[in-house]
Design a protein around this ligand. Sequence first.
Ligand code: TMP
Length: 211
Amino acid sequence: MRGRLIAFEGGEGSGKSTQAARLAERIGAVLTREPGGTPLGETLRDVVLHHRVDDFDARAETLVMLAARAQHMAEVVGPAQNNNRTVICDRFSHSTLAYQGYGRGLDLADLRRMCSWASRGIWPDLVVFLDVPPELGRARMARPADRLEGAGAEFHARVHAGFVEMAREDPKGWLVIDGTGSVDEVAAQVAEGYDRWAGVRQATPKPPWEL
Ligand code: TMP
């Protein structure tokens, strides 16, 4: 049995890190993030998000994200799945498609193949997309803290449109959550959607013959 992989996706300020942690605690999953999740991955995260170069090439940016993912798969995600643990990852391959594909304009078919290669063919079993209009996400952040957060309103609008399109193309694999409510409201929606997806029975009273 291979554990499931659940990815949380969304734009900046969508609240996905908080919500990924909430669901991981609720279901006892391994919680990790991208880029990052390993010592090498966290070093690469620092390079790709905080490197003070204005003309970081889009392909170089992609390859750093994918290097972090390859290490993450080898060191954390793959072994946890092999131990039948559910893994919740704060961002995964669909962030590459949204940011480097829809956002930077790199070819989506190329990126899909490269993501598959980096992740050893593994794609999330479920993507939880916290849908927050980019303007609201930006307003939630005090100020852009890194290179991608500061990439501009048009860039973030394309990223958001990309997530919306990918969710529409794969309604069974994506759980779209309205991320504009309070943390508790959003967590309740995530929990309900996850339970439905996982086939867990809701709190309907059991029939007498099952008591
Ligand atoms: P966050 O996890 O704190 O939101 O920051 C990660 C940043 O990296 C975010 O701006 C999205 C970006 N990113 C990519 O551009 N491509 C990727 O493949 C991944 C995983 C993240």
